[in-house]
Design a protein around this ligand. Sequence first.
Ligand SMILES: NC(=O)c1ccc[n+]([C@@H]2O[C@H](COP(=O)([O-])OP(=O)(O)OC[C@H]3O[C@@H](n4cnc5c(N)ncnc54)[C@H](OP(=O)(O)O)[C@@H]3O)[C@@H](O)[C@H]2O)c1
Length: 244
Amino acid sequence: MDICVTGASSGLGRALCVRLIRTGHRVWGVARREEELQSLARELGDRFRACALDVTDAAALRRLRERMEREGGVPGFFVLCAGVQRDDMSDGGFDAAAAEENVRVNLQGVMGCIQEFLPVFLERRSGTFVCIGSTAALRPSRRSAGYAASKAALHMLLRSLRLRYAGRGVRFATVIAGPLATPMWEGRRSWLVPAPEAAARRVERFLSSRRTVLYYPFASTLLLRLTRGIPDAFFSAAASAFLQ
Ligand SMILES: NC(=O)c1ccc[n+]([C@@H]2O[C@H](COP(=O)([O-])OP(=O)(O)OC[C@H]3O[C@@H](n4cnc5c(N)ncnc54)[C@H](OP(=O)(O)O)[C@@H]3O)[C@@H](O)[C@H]2O)c1
């Protein structure tokens, strides 16, 4: 399969590129840091194509589509992993610029990719977008209001796209991810926080399923869903004791 992975320079996106190349796929890896992508390209060989760009830059996404069309065609699968988590709350107040950056990358970056590549999928009557959501959409964050808001909005974005384009051959899927041991995760590493390589294996299987929502990892996301009736302040204190 031909698959485009955004956020390819680090964490889950990087582990997914490695996994997909090792299992025989061709991958376009997208992120901003050119050196990280080039070092991944050297490791993965010529089935991996690196593309350094910012997912919030519509003109760069347009150039990416044109390059894909020249070099074998637009892939049938996009895994939209690129994300940031900037702290935007402190004892001193709320930092709207930091919050906005979370929204720009995590939500508008996904919207930009879908705007650019959906017409190709609709014309083909086939294609898959898998977006990496978060359990931060289900419970508020003490660090980053913008991050939680961006992920909550992402889930509703995908539900709306699914509703509007049902029956047109395009799959809009979401991975609702709990904590993963990547550079983004600042908490404690424990059995509840799997390595990105384990997450990549699960996302790879999900790519070719027909399901639209995957909760991963099973244990932390199940705990979260079972405890939805518990007040936020109590839940947050208990989660910090386990995970921070
Ligand atoms: N780690 C967790 O606990 C956790 C939990 C739930 C959900 N998630 C989600 O999982 C996804 C992957 O995160 P991760 O944990 O693997 O984090 P990570 O290691 O920090 O990786 C984030 C990736 O996004 C890329 N990126 C950031 N801004 C970008 C932009 N404007 N344009 C293009 N690429 C950009 C980064 O590359 P460059 O800096 O090179 O651009 C990097 O490759 C994110 O959507 C995150 O919200 C993570």
